[in-house]
Write a protein that binds this ligand. Structure first.
Ligand code: PGA
Length: 242
């Protein structure tokens, strides 16, 4: 694990963006795993800026988002699909048919998660996945628990996670869906390279537990310790308990 600390959240995000751009340049048909949340917003801003300056070509890339709320999808305020459209997809030349986000409105969620895994498999798995970390240590929506699912699955969201997402629902956490679809931990750990981006004081404690504590399903991000190619990008606040 390679841990880097930057003076600000913006610098940490830009360092992650630099690595994405390097990978894209050397491997234009890159398969990316992408997160949502407040943390990656400056990362997406940096990618969009690079594209506008002619320094990022997504025309051959493929992306798979980590998760989506059950019941929400394209065009819904609060959906991660809308988040991605707003922050990245609408501004870069990624072909829409290769920008994959789980459809939380699918009639049959079981068929949807199966099809998602099949699509990831068909393109040969993820080359590079960018992750945020929940305050409870979740990756994607793989919540802490006695077990973790390997493949894409339906999850019941913890109250803490619903509260953390209230901002997407006019501050009312009760409006945050109770369930979501999430890529599994096996698929995430199967990526050839992983970048974990964490910023802010609220992440300090969980970052320390994830990076230096025991590997346990109670802290899903601790499983990253077992991956051979992880870069951790932190700002000073998120690194303050290391
Ligand atoms: P955040 O979410 O970036 O909004 O803190 C991270 C996560 O829950 O994975």
């Amino acid at each position: 694990m390679h841990i880097s600390t930057y003076s600000t959240a913006d610098r940490a995000a830009r360092a992650s963006a630099t690595r994405v751009l390097e990978c894209l340049r050397t491997h234009p048909s890159l398969v990316l795993g992408l997160p949502t949340g407040l943390t990656p917003v400056p990362l997406y801003r940096a990618l969009v800026r690079a594209h506008q300056l002619g320094r990022a070509d997504f025309s051959q890339a493929t992306t798979f988002n980590l998760d989506e709320f059950l019941g929400l999808g394209r065009g819904d305020a609060g959906s991660y699909r809308t988040f991605m459209d707003t922050h990245l997809f609408a501004h870069v030349n990624l072909p829409p048919r290769r920008a994959h986000v789980l459809d939380g409105r699918a009639k049959d969620w079981r068929a949807e998660v199966k099809a998602y895994d099949a699509r990831i498999q068909r393109v040969g798995g993820l080359d590079l996945v960018i992750l945020g970390i929940g305050r409870n240590g979740h990756l994607g929506f793989n919540e802490p628990g006695p077990t973790l699912a390997a493949r894409t699955h339906r999850v019941r969201l913890r109250t803490a996670t619903r509260r953390a997402n209230a901002g997407l629902f006019e501050g009312d956490w009760r409006r945050v869906p109770t369930h979501a679809l999430s890529m599994g931990i096996g698929t995430i750990l199967g990526a050839r390279e992983i970048i974990l981006l964490a910023t802010g004081q609220t992440k300090a404690r969980i970052v320390a537990r994830a990076l230096h504590g025991p590997i346990t399903t109670r802290v899903p991000a601790s499983l990253l310790q077992a991956h051979p190619n992880v870069a951790v990008c932190l700002d000073r606040d998120a690194a303050s308990a290391l």
